[in-house]
Design a protein around this ligand. Structure first.
Ligand SMILES: Nc1ncnc2c1ncn2[C@@H]1O[C@H](COP(=O)(O)OP(=O)(O)OP(=O)(O)O)[C@@H](O)[C@H]1O
Ligand SMILES: [Mg+2]
Length: 328
């Protein structure tokens, strides 16, 4: 897809003129059957010429970071998107977001129009034997510097196809990402709210690092133990190098309840993920404005609301820097 004239002329990010709360999952409406996959169509990546390309040249290949928690609705997709945007806009990074969730929430927020049902998506690249590469499905997003491997409901079909594969099923995403790593500085993977199946396994097998996302108000020690078991299993069998970079606390409210929950989180992390920092300086507050902006693909740093711009600067900018391993 050719970048829009304004993006090409200025090299600056562009956002949609009409803020409208999307119905979640719209992008995968009408998803076709995997058996009817059309021939792959190569796409041009977004052209991003940042003024301050700090990241360029510092790293040979992209770092791959997976955002995870099997609990639904804790903010994995929101954090993935805001961090992707911050990495591009503040650090000049070339970012690829991989939407590994069949709900396709990131995809419906970041693409301008619903993806036509005859276009290939991540499911096609992950399904064994299709001959479709990740490059065939990557597309630019509403944000300059951020590309997307989009998902729709067919990702569940791909999950089952991977389960049935005889060899190498855990490594399919890693294999598909390998040729793309020179094209990006950071790959962020949004994951579904489950530990079952091949999607999270593929993400964690491909990743250099995982970030755990949680809500201060909904903490489950049992859930943490299960996630710890999954991550240890991935390390033992598929990806020894996988590190846990940190824990994001989302939907933060300055209440006694949130503070008590946070203490429990700290204890649970110390038990199941010793040494992993909880990013207390980068708590994300519970603000409906965040949901309204991000679900519509509106960048926090371009918001008319100064508190969202400050949030972007103070939280997502340093978080992105930590993932890129560059100065904030
Ligand atoms: N800090 C926040 N303040 C207010 N609303 C938020 C915040 N973070 C996320 N939300 C909203 O909460 C809902 C769940 O967030 P999100 O989709 O990011 O969670 P998730 O962990 O990705 O969910 P799922 O597990 O279903 O994929 C969304 O409607 C989102 O807009
Ligand atoms: Mg999500």
């Amino acid at each position: 897809m050719i970048p829009r004239p304004r993006e090409r002329a200025t090299g600056r990010p562009h956002h949609r003129a009409i803020p409208r709360l999307r119905e979640r999952g719209r992008a995968h409406a009408g998803a076709g059957d995997l058996a009817r996959i059309p021939l792959a169509r190569p796409r041009a990546l977004s052209r991003w010429e940042p003024e301050c390309a700090k990241v360029r040249g510092m790293s040979g290949k992209a770092r791959i970071v997976a955002f995870a928690n099997q609990k639904g609705g804790v903010g994995k997709s929101t954090t993935t998107m805001c961090t992707a945007r911050a990495a591009a806009v503040y650090h000049g990074a070339r970012v690829l977001v991989v939407d590994m969730d069949p709900q396709g929430n990131v995809s419906s927020s970041l693409v301008r129009e619903p993806i036509p049902s005859d276009e290939v998506t991540l499911a096609d690249a992950l399904t064994p034997g299709t001959g479709i590469s990740l490059r065939d499905v990557i597309r630019p997003t509403v944000w300059g510097g951020v590309d997307l491997a989009p998902a729709r409901a067919t990702l569940s079909v791909a999950d089952r196809a991977l389960m049935a594969a005889e060899f190498g099923r855990e490594h399919k995403l890693r294999e598909q990402l390998a040729p793309e790593l020179d094209n990006y500085d950071l790959v962020l993977i949004d994951n579904p709210p489950t530990l079952l199946g091949q999607l999270l396994t593929n993400s964690l097998t491909a990743a250099n690092a995982a970030v755990l996302v949680t809500e201060a108000s909904q903490w489950s020690g049992d859930g943490l133990a299960l996630l710890g078991k999954t991550i240890n299993g991935i390390r033992s069998y598929h990806n020894q190098q996988l590190e846990i970079t940190g824990v994001v606390v989302n939907q933060w409210r300055d209440t006694n309840f949130s503070r008590a929950a946070e203490t429990e989180i700290a204890e649970g992390i110390a038990r199941h993920f010793p040494g992993v920092p909880i990013w207390l300086d980068w708590r994300i507050p519970q603000w409906v404005d965040i949901a309204e902006a991000v679900e519509n693909g509106l960048a926090l740093d371009e918001s008319k609301k100064s508190k969202l711009r400050v949030l972007s600067q103070d939280v997502f900018r340093p978080m992105a820097a930590a993932l890129l391993k560059v100065p904030a």
